[in-house]
Design a protein around this ligand. Structure first.
Ligand SMILES: O=P(O)(O)OC[C@H]1O[C@H](O)[C@H](O)[C@@H](O)[C@@H]1O
Length: 615
């Protein structure tokens, strides 16, 4: 069996601890477990060094066990933590690529999900990034590059942060740790000019797996040009694979990084957000005075928004929930696309009679809002709202969105707001890159936004930033009140007046069984493309349906007063099917057309569609 490092063992223990103690409820977890987790002991030269603080917390933990946790497991794990040098398995690095991110399993304990982001793998990836950055920046030897590192609230964050730091330092670059941070703040650190806080960083790494389960983690990389794309990630992983093969050949040992510096960059980032709202409101110190705004951070990294952004601006934030970081996400998945998450923030708004609710995903690059009546301002509605704000500032501009946006949104942007809707592909990086491309060929675009809650503005360096989207809403609230044009979230709701919304909007995800003989040696992508090709051909001869003339992804078709889009998922062996229609019957008619066209593809699991269309 592979030897585990001390910290891996601790994380296993923490995971087990949480699972076994769910019945204690969230308050217990907040009081006892979270402080403990935040204080994972430092890792010195491969040996664990407990600080007095953490041993105190361990004692506290034991005291509170109360029979819920198996003491033997606890001591046993703590004792085995002395085994510090991980043994190395062969690794397929390219399998860790997830579009323009890297993602893997960082905590063991979930059946069928072995740890892929071990410390040596992580260190190799970080060293791969360092090598890529050195090539890209082509600096002379007189200047040392520096890399900022931040993480979300995941329980593996500390372990990975240490390994990333070692990987960067081993390549001779300076490491600046930010601790708990948001993804957009990490990108921002490559743009901030302030030597006193060691900025700009030449490169930034965010340790996050967005809304995925607690055992996962991953990395997003930035330079001042923005987030790295797919090809760069592949390049980094190839470099990492070769660094890792050196570990295999020469042996791997954990060496403490000497040149790690720490900066409270979130203080800088949040004060910039505060300044932006004050400026938009005409330099008023507390432009949100009297507004009651509740925040739901889902125990991710976004809790800062209440105390560090809203309160300095004068807002009341009582009733805000799940602000404290907790990598087990005990309350709901931090994801504005998740129904339970949206229900939780809506309830908080109604219970607290708040003016507005704001919700973030784990690493704060996505967001959504809820108005004072409990109406969700997410998906197409959030895009409509942001478009209304941006088109007031930039009349006629092009709004770039993802592919699953509604037809109602197009007519809203084009007929009501006088803008242009460019419906492009799914994927935040795709929409941002497309908006940048349009500007470069002379078509003005100021907003790139997805139904997922990702959004970036030209005025904000095309930074994919959920917190900045919410700042734009706050600006609107503050400036409307200052100019006597309205008070409260009705100002926002009024801006989406006239957006036509379908009675039925569903997304059904049809899985491709990669082990099915019908693939005949093809990859799931090739198989998915064959399904799409076949569907496209069969639609062409169907008089009841019209294929979209302009379409960048999958097969988009109008009919029965609605539309459907079947496309390949960006990451998974899945064909997501979106259907919108004026009634359930019409949606079923559209579903039946898809069903008839794809039925011969035996490796496609159509059970979700079959269920939807059944009488
Ligand atoms: O293609 P799908 O499986 O629906 O996933 C698409 C989504 O994947 C990730 O969550 C990205 O962050 C989003 O930008 C993207 O829209």
């Amino acid at each position: 069996m592979a030897a585990l490092s001390g910290k891996v063992v601790q994380n296993v223990f923490i995971a087990q601890f949480y699972q076994q103690n769910r019945q204690f409820g969230t308050q217990y977890q907040r009081d006892i477990c979270v402080p403990y987790m935040r204080a994972l002991p430092p890792f010195h030269g491969g040996k664990l060094a407990w600080t007095s603080n953490s041993s105190m917390q361990m004692r506290k933990l034991l005291k509170y066990q109360n029979g819920f946790v198996n003491r033997r497991t606890f001591y046993c794990n703590a004792a085995s933590s002395a085994t510090a040098i991980p043994s190395l398995d062969k690794v397929d690095f390219l399998k860790l690529q997830n579009g323009s991110d890297i993602r893997g399993v960082a905590v063991s304990g979930v059946e069928g999900e072995p740890v892929s982001l071990t410390e040596p793998v992580t260190e190799a990836i970080a060293a791969g990034f360092a090598a890529w950055l050195l090539d890209k920046k082509k600096v002379d030897a007189s200047r040392k590059l520096r890399v900022s590192i931040g993480h979300d609230s995941r329980i593996s964050a500390q372990k990975l942060q240490d390994a990333v730091s070692r990987g960067i330092a081993s390549a001779g670059l300076d490491v600046v740790q930010y601790g708990l941070a948001s993804t957009p703040a990490m990108f921002n650190s490559t743009l901030t000019e302030d030597e006193a806080i060691l900025c700009p960083a030449d490169g930034a790494i965010m340790i996050t797996a967005s809304h995925l389960p607690y055992n996962r983690n991953g990395f997003k990389f930035f330079t001042s040009d923005g987030g790295l794309g797919k090809n760069d990630i592949k390049d980094i992983l190839e470099r990492a694979a070769s660094i890792y093969s050196n570990f295999l050949a020469k042996g791997y040992s954990v060496k403490a990084s000497e040149s790690v510096k720490k900066v409270d960059y979130m203080a800088v980032y949040t004060s910039d957000l505060v300044k932006a709202v004050r400026k938009a409101a005409g330099n008023i110190e507390k432009p949100l005075e009297g507004f009651h705004i509740v925040v739901d951070a889902g125990n991710g990294a976004g809790g800062f928004f209440a105390a560090k952004v809203l309160e300095p601006l004068g807002a009341i934030t009582s009733g805000s929930q799940f602000l404290e970081p907790d990598g087990m996400f005990p309350n709901h998945i931090p994801n504005p696309e998740d129904k339970a998450a949206m229900k939780a923030i809506t309830q908080a708004v109604l219970d607290n009679k708040a003016n507005l609710g704001i919700i973030f995903d784990t690493d704060v690059d996505r967001s959504a809002a809820v108005d004072s009546t409990g109406r969700e301002l997410n998906r197409n509605r959030l895009i409509a709202l942001m478009s209304a704000i941006v088109l007031e500032e930039h009349p006629g501009t092009t709004i770039v969105t993802d592919s699953v946006t509604s037809d109602g949104l197009t007519s809203f942007i084009e007929k009501k707001l006088g803008g242009k809707h460019h419906r492009f592909k799914r994927g935040y990086k795709n929409v941002i890159d497309e908006a940048i491309r349009l500007n470069s060929i002379g078509e003005e675009s100021h907003l790139a936004i997805e139904t997922s809650g990702h959004g970036a503005l030209k005025e904000n360096h095309w930074l994919d930033d959920g917190a900045y989207l919410m700042v734009k809403l706050l600006n609107k609230l503050a400036s409307a009140r200052a100019s006597g044009k309205g008070v409260g979230s009705k100002v926002l709701t009024d801006l989406v007046e006239g957006l036509e919304e379908p009675a039925i909007a569903v997304e059904l995800r049809l899985k491709i069984n990669q082990n099915h003989p019908d693939l005949k040696g093809r990859s799931f992508r090739e198989y998915g493309e064959a399904v799409l090709q076949h569907l496209g051909n069969s639609i062409a001869s169907n008089p009841k349906l019209q294929k979209a003339t302009v379409n960048y992804e999958g097969v988009r078709v109008s009919g029965f007063g609605g539309w459907f889009l079947l496309r390949l998922s960006l990451h998974d062996p899945v064909l997501p099917l979106n259907i919108e229609a004026p009634s359930h019957e019409d949606a079923v008619k559209l579903g039946l057309e898809v069903s008839a066209a794809v039925k011969e593809f035996q490796a496609l699991d159509t059970s979700a569609l079959d269920k939807f269309v059944q009488p």
